[in-house]
Design a protein around this ligand. Sequence first.
Ligand SMILES: [Zn+2]
Length: 83
Amino acid sequence: MTASVTVLVAAGVALALALGLARGFDVVAIIILILIVAVGGLGIAAARRAGSGTVTPATCEECNGLISPNAPYCKHCGAQARA
Ligand SMILES: [Zn+2]
């Protein structure tokens, strides 16, 4: 989620920069650039906040069971977690 938003913002900034360079950075290009950076920054912050609350489960290398990424060993087969 965060990565896709970042890519979208980067693409928008690149597009605005390319437009600005091609047309000589008129007021419209600068306004578009500022809008993209502002909206993109909000989007990235929102995506970060949404993602920080969830813990992505890890997969045991031995039995492929879902385990906590912080667990020292697998709760299914007892294999030691290799971080
Ligand atoms: Zn296991």
